[in-house]
Design a protein around this ligand. Structure first.
Ligand SMILES: NC(=O)c1ccc[n+]([C@@H]2O[C@H](COP(=O)([O-])OP(=O)(O)OC[C@H]3O[C@@H](n4cnc5c(N)ncnc54)[C@H](OP(=O)(O)O)[C@@H]3O)[C@@H](O)[C@H]2O)c1
Length: 348
């Protein structure tokens, strides 16, 4: 996705007096529900401050009954746009005057830019996913066989990103088979020619596909700590300078089997659970877990113990946020600083 200057922003450099005062002239919002544990405000505000931009990033926790008032607020002249998170990434499509090509294919938007009262939607999750994989993981998905666990909102962005990156074949396993089938049908309709299959969560089939895949992506929340429990983010696989790669095969011991009980609630967290039993965790494939809290999930620990290369979800989080920042401001995002602030916020 290209970086675009916001229509009102060319004046930043011509109006240095704006950069001095503490009063903010502009606002960027974040909508979702619940929001209290989001780390986006910490790292986005740091990026605005780094460039001395008079912009405040505000978390607008929005219960469903208050959603209708949001598009009017976003169109106001002082609002540069918003980030959108769970559960509104699809609902907001109906507010938009224009949608970026990839966001339209994915059918979900996580970033909206206010272009003089017209709202344009983007999906930076897909870009964040690929950039994390390529830059911090040093893994190129083109021509690779991929297994994706889960078929929810994150999986949508992942699967379309993999298709656009020309992965050789994608196998989507989900606990609820209908959801995986609907996702695969959407990809086939919008990107004909992509080799993609929906598969039921069957251990024999999982074992077969995992035995021959190059890349495993976990998009389920299994492994995530309870929201806001503040696990550390050390070893995220992305250095503060924006380089670095996940530690590979350090031989750390893995204890127990710890497969998640299907149906346990997201609100309770799944910390120290793995979406796969230990014997199914691949040793040859690259293992990418979208969960970013804790930095090293049980799945990654098991994979690393078997010698697999691994990557956690924090680089993706930073890259999707950085892409959104660049869309609102037209400025290069200070990714290392954003990572540092996200890590600090996760430790709180
Ligand atoms: N790193 C990043 O930047 C980033 C970005 C987006 C999301 N994420 C992470 O990705 C995860 C998923 O987010 P989402 O928005 O896709 O959520 P979602 O829309 O609720 O989808 C969750 C998916 O996980 C499956 N699932 C849930 N609990 C399960 C269990 N116990 N066993 C097996 N499968 C289970 C669901 O299966 P059913 O269909 O059967 O319910 C569904 O396919 C979260 O941990 C989120 O933090 C990270």
């Amino acid at each position: 996705m290209s970086t675009r200057s916001h229509p009102r922003l060319p004046s930043w450099d011509q109006a240095p007096e704006r950069r001095k005062g503490r009063g903010s002239s502009f606002v960027v919002g974040l909508i979702g529900y619940p929001l209290r544990h989001s780390v986006s405000p910490a790292f986005q505000q740091a990026a605005f401050d780094f460039h001395h931009l008079p912009i405040t990033y505000q978390a607008w926790e929005t219960p469903r009954e208050q959603l209708d008032a949001v598009p009017r607020r976003v169109r106001e002249p002082d609002c540069l746009g918003i980030n959108v998170t769970i559960p509104y990434k699809q609902v907001v499509l109906s507010w938009l005057d224009a949608v970026d090509g990839l966001a339209e294919k994915i059918g979900a938007v996580n970033t909206i830019v206010n272009e003089r009262g017209k709202l344009r939607g983007f999906n930076t999750d897909a870009e964040g996913f690929l950039r994390g994989l390529r830059e911090e993981g040093s893994f190129e998905p083109a021509e690779k066989r991929v297994v994706v666990l889960g078929a929810g909102g994150a999986a949508r962005a992942v699967v379309f990103a993999l298709a656009s990156a020309e992965a050789a074949a994608v196998s989507v396993f989900n606990r609820t088979p209908d959801r995986a089938e609907a996702l695969v049908a959407a990809v086939r309709e919008r990107m004909p020619g992509v080799r993609i299959a929906a598969l039921p969560w069957d251990e024999r089939l999982l074992g077969q596909r995992l035995g021959e895949c190059d890349l495993l992506v976990n998009t389920t929340p299994v492994g995530m700590s309870a929201a806001g429990s503040g696990m550390g983010a050390a070893g995220s696989g992305m250095s503060a300078a924006g380089s670095g790669m996940a530690a590979a095969g350090s031989g750390m011991a893995a204890a127990g089997s710890g497969m998640a009980a299907a149906g346990s609630g997201i609100g309770h967290g799944y910390k120290d659970e793995s979406p796969l039993p230990e014997r199914l965790v691949p040793s040859e494939a690259f293992v990418y877990d979208l969960v970013y809290n804790p930095a090293e999930t049980r799945l990654l620990r098991l994979a690393r113990a078997k010698g697999a290369r691994t990557l956690g979800g924090l680089p993706m989080l930073i890259h999707q946020g950085a892409a959104a920042f660049e869309l609102w401001t037209g400025r290069p995002a200070p990714r290392g600083l954003m990572l540092q602030r996200a890590e600090e916020a996760l430790l709180r």
